[in-house]
Design a protein around this ligand. Structure first.
Ligand SMILES: [Ca+2]
Ligand SMILES: [Ca+2]
Length: 294
């Protein structure tokens, strides 16, 4: 009963979110500024077309344009798109239909991002992490965080939200591109034990140096305890927690957790996979997302 309630709540919030997005898109379409922008774009395109038609020997009119040229181009795009979808199916745990559906969702998210007023990306507070300026088309941080929060029930620290984004945006584009989106979701939603363990390790290794250090553990755990207001040293409890985590996970006792330590510890105690904060979706949200995808 409780399960059904949470699913139906989730579904209704999902509908509200998509309705709100639709309304936002409609509003943006109606604004005078947008139509002015569209008019400017159309003007630029016309000028560009005129220039192209007017250049030397390359000049071409409707009459002498080779027949079927645009059809060939469309067929070529379709073929390369089919190849990409097929390659993504092979690389992931998704069916071809699911890959297509995720591709459509990606396009909706990218379009919705274009209608939102851009806000500066959050600056990662840990030394060694350089915020990257976004380049090209993709799902941006803001849309991704909204999705993590509203669709996958990932309610976690800012720094983890940012690291989950980086785990998807493997090549540091500053946005999640189509391939990274589908490959990332494969681990996120259907990953094997190994894949999810590696994903969690990547998220917690804040500066990508191959180890989760005491400092990183402290940073990840510092807000996880309610600190007594009169405590002389409010961080003492967190430091104790860090030492406890090291005792459980630093298998080779060198004072830091390597990927190997992490895999070993999580294999013997799966609950340790998210020891330093939630970084994977809840089972309920996963099932609901996948069942409503097609
Ligand atoms: Ca590290
Ligand atoms: Ca170690």
């Amino acid at each position: 009963m409780a399960l059904m309630k949470s699913v139906s709540l989730f579904l209704s919030s999902g509908r509200r979110a998509s309705l709100a997005r639709k309304q936002r898109e409609e509003r943006v379409e109606e604004t005078p500024q947008t139509s002015a922008n569209n008019a400017r774009t159309r003007g630029r395109r016309r000028r560009q077309d005129n220039r192209n038609q007017g250049t030397g020997s390359g000049r071409m009119t409707e009459d002498n344009k080779p027949a079927g040229r645009s059809t060939t181009k469309v067929t070529h795009v379709k073929t390369s798109n089919t190849k990409l979808m097929e390659s993504l199916r092979r690389q992931t745990h998704f069916t071809r239909l699911e890959v297509d559906a995720l591709c459509k969702l990606y396009k909706r998210l990218v379009n919705s991002a274009n209608t939102v007023i851009p806000v500066a990306a959050p600056v990662a507070p840990v030394a060694g992490i350089t915020p990257v300026q976004s380049s090209g088309e993709g799902v941006d941080r803001i849309v991704f965080r909204e999705l993590l929060h509203n669709t996958f029930d990932v309610i976690t620290e800012e720094v983890l939200m940012d690291r989950i984004f980086c785990a998807f945006d493997k090549n540091n584009f500053g946005v999640i591109r189509l391939e990274d989106w589908i490959i990332g979701l494969s681990t996120f939603l259907r990953g094997t034990f190994e894949e999810r363990t590696s994903f969690a390790f990547f998220v917690y290794d804040l500066n990508n140096d191959g180890y989760i250090t005491r400092e990183e553990m402290f940073h990840l755990l510092k807000n996880s305890l309610v600190k007594p207001p009169q405590e002389e040293d409010p961080d003492e409890g967190v430091r104790d927690l860090v030492e406890l985590a090291l005792r459980k996970m630093d298998c080779d006792r060198d004072g830091k957790i390597s990927a190997r330590d992490f895999h070993e510890a999580v294999s013997s105690e799966p609950l340790l996979m998210e020891a330093f904060g939630q970084c994977l979706p809840t089972d309920n949200s996963c099932q609901t997302f996948l069942s409503t995808l097609l």
